[in-house]
Design a protein around this ligand. Sequence first.
Ligand SMILES: Nc1ncnc2c1ncn2[C@@H]1O[C@H](COP(=O)(O)OP(=O)(O)OP(=O)(O)O)[C@@H](O)[C@H]1O
Ligand SMILES: [Mg+2]
Length: 230
Amino acid sequence: MLASAVGMDKATMKAVFRAHGLPVVDYEVVMRHEWRNDPETVVRRLAETIGVPCFVKPSNLGSSVGISKATTATDLPAALDEAARHDRKILVERAVNAREIEVSVLGNDDPIASLPGEIVYGADWYDYATKYTEGEAQVVVPAPISPEATERIRALAVAAFRAIDCAGMARVDFFLEGDRPIVNEINTIPGFTSTSGYARMWEATGLSYRELIARLIDLALERHRERGAG
Ligand SMILES: Nc1ncnc2c1ncn2[C@@H]1O[C@H](COP(=O)(O)OP(=O)(O)OP(=O)(O)O)[C@@H](O)[C@H]1O
Ligand SMILES: [Mg+2]
């Protein structure tokens, strides 16, 4: 529960990742009341710290809802208003020009990472319509990236899983900016059909959907037994 709660709140998640030395994109947290009470100060602070282009997000949401990209400073107020409609905590991040890579992690105390996949789409960014319109985005598994980037991303995915003390499963999403991986987020309840990225990445790593489900049941039983062990 704690891991999922941390993973759901992007501001808390990034603070925990940063404290564990994981690479995260530069960001600022803006509280809705600050934005409504003193917009000039907020705009000035963001210009000095993050600049444009930037991504503006509600801290607690998903599926790209409430997120916008501010390409110029004039886009910023509308972007902050939109995020503030959804949450009292807003995240403003430097926009990276990067490929989007994801990795499946499985385990309790000794988590392992799958081969990565790459999300490929034609849109400017992975917004709601691109995510949920059939045919707009594909997950290419394994991701066609260098062996060095693959190994670095797998190690970082396990480190992110450990940083929030996760158990069972999670999908860790990355930006690959040039050859530098940046952790974007962890999803502790990733999409889980046999054709979802999570299962397909395990399939490519040699673990079938049936085996994956059996493994998850074993891990849940193991965690349950441990809880009683005291
Ligand atoms: N700092 C950034 N730079 C460039 N693109 C970004 C940045 N932040 C977000 N994006 C784009 O917006 C998309 C959605 O952002 P993010 O993954 O942070 O939130 P979410 O998708 O709403 O969360 P979830 O994946 O849990 O549904 C990303 O996949 C990416 O395409
Ligand atoms: Mg996302």
